[in-house]
Design a protein around this ligand. Structure first.
Ligand code: HEC
Ligand code: HEC
Length: 338
């Protein structure tokens, strides 16, 4: 599950390579009804559209309020939304994050959009669920630097919060309910209706030539071996630097660079990370756990070199970037431009 050899990568790719061969250009014109064609496309593609988000009820409404609540931090200066700005792609646009009193963290903030679909949370996958994840930043000294009993005390003393918790949970304000409410709100943050999903669902006009060329390249060069499924990532651990040594070239390393090794202490997990989702990636620069790539073009070239051992031409890179931009959800794109 950790360190794919080149041959393993090719094997993993075979189904996709053969799948795309079946679609020869000389195929007779398809006269099946549009709905059937869309279903067939869905069953054939290695990426699936996002599901519809759950409806927002009392728990989710409370979670939304907590997500934006600066009083959750020790000095009242930082909320979850400070580093996960929902108007800016769900992250902070910084190389690494800044928490209470300007304290600088060690890794780049991932987006919270679609995080509920990732099989594990954090770059090193150390939290299994969003509930477990939510307690991390609250108590992290570099982030919100507080203690969970203090959070519960603060919220229970506020009549508005006390009432909102009673409406959402039979047992009112507790540490677990704070995490449950925030996680429930995060599960509503699904960036549906991206041009790519509309195309998957049968809207042939949703993608242009550059996007379609980029998608074919994304599959044929091998990006799809790791970035796949509903979240175009987020469903496996992989080494950063499969075919070429990223960390040797980087030089000075930090503890965060050891990735999953920090969690398992297993040597085979050194430099292994959860493959990130590429949905909304145009809105979440800079890239990688260390924020080392400033543009999407750069990130694509780094991936081609270190994960696939190849160099892509300028037009190939811009086609892949065009495809990646088509993964932005309608609401996320609106928030960014608004
Ligand atoms: C100071 C900035 C900061 C604050 C405040 C903050 N986060 Fe984060 N968040 C980060 C960083 C940085 C990471 C990545 C940490 C890592 O992987 O080790 C992260 C990771 C996450 C992830 C995992 C996403 C993924 O794809 O793995 C979620 C979900 C998340 N944060 C939600 C929250 C919630 C909920 C709060 C409030 C309780 C919060 N964050 C507060 C910076 C912040
Ligand atoms: C062997 C698995 C693998 C392959 C193949 C692969 N990636 Fe990645 N990708 C990763 C991992 C792991 C990361 C996280 C690296 C890190 O920051 O530690 C990543 C990160 C990224 C990022 C940065 C995302 C972010 O939010 O910071 C982009 C963009 C990306 N990949 C695109 C691509 C493209 C395009 C290709 C094909 C040219 C590709 N990847 C091939 C595993 C892979």
């Amino acid at each position: 599950m950790t360190r794919p050899k080149a041959s393993a990568l090719v094997l993993a790719l075979l189904p996709f390579l053969t799948a795309s061969c079946e679609e020869g250009p000389a195929r007779p014109k398809d006269s099946r009804p549009a709905a059937t064609k869309a279903q067939q496309r869905l069953s054939r593609e290695p990426i699936q559209p996002l599901p519809e988000p759950p409806r927002e009820g009392a728990v989710e409404r409370l979670g939304r309020k907590l997500f934006h609540e600066k009083r959750l931090s020790s000095d009242g200066s930082v909320a979850c939304s400070t580093c996960h700005d929902l108007e800016r792609g769900g992250d902070d646009g910084r190389r690494t994050s800044v928490g209470v009193q300007g304290r600088v963290g060690g890794v780049n903030a991932p987006t919270v959009y679609n995080a509920s679909l990732n099989f594990a949370q954090f770059w090193d996958g150390r939290a299994a669920t969003l509930e477990e994840q939510a307690k991390g930043p609250l108590t992290n000294p570099l982030e919100m630097n507080t203690k969970l009993p203090d959070v519960v005390k603060k919220l229970a003393a506020d009549p508005e919060y006390a009432a909102a918790f009673r409406e959402a949970f039979p047992d009112g304000v507790t540490e677990d309910n704070v995490a449950r409410a925030i996680a429930a709100f995060e599960r509503t943050l699904l960036s549906t209706q991206s041009p790519f999903d509309r195309w998957l669902q049968g809207d042939a006009g949703a993608l242009g030539t550059a996007e379609l060329t980029g998608y074919e390249l994304f599959k044929s060069v091998g990006c799809i071996a790791c970035h796949q499924g509903r979240n175009v990532g987020g469903n496996m651990f992989q080494r950063f630097g499969v075919l070429s040594d990223y960390f040797k070239d980087k030089g000075k390393l930090t503890e965060a660079d050891y990735g999953r090794f920090n969690v398992t202490k297993n040597e085979a997990d050194r430099f292994v990370f959860r493959v990130p989702s590429l949905r909304n990636v145009e809105h979440t620069a800079p890239y990688f756990h260390d924020g080392s790539a400033e543009t999407l073009e750069q990130a694509v070239q780094v991936m081609a070199k270190y994960q696939l051992g190849r160099e892509l031409g300028g037009t190939e890179v811009s086609s892949i970037v065009a495809f990646l931009r088509s993964l932005s959800g309608a609401s996320v794109a609106r928030a960014e431009k608004g």
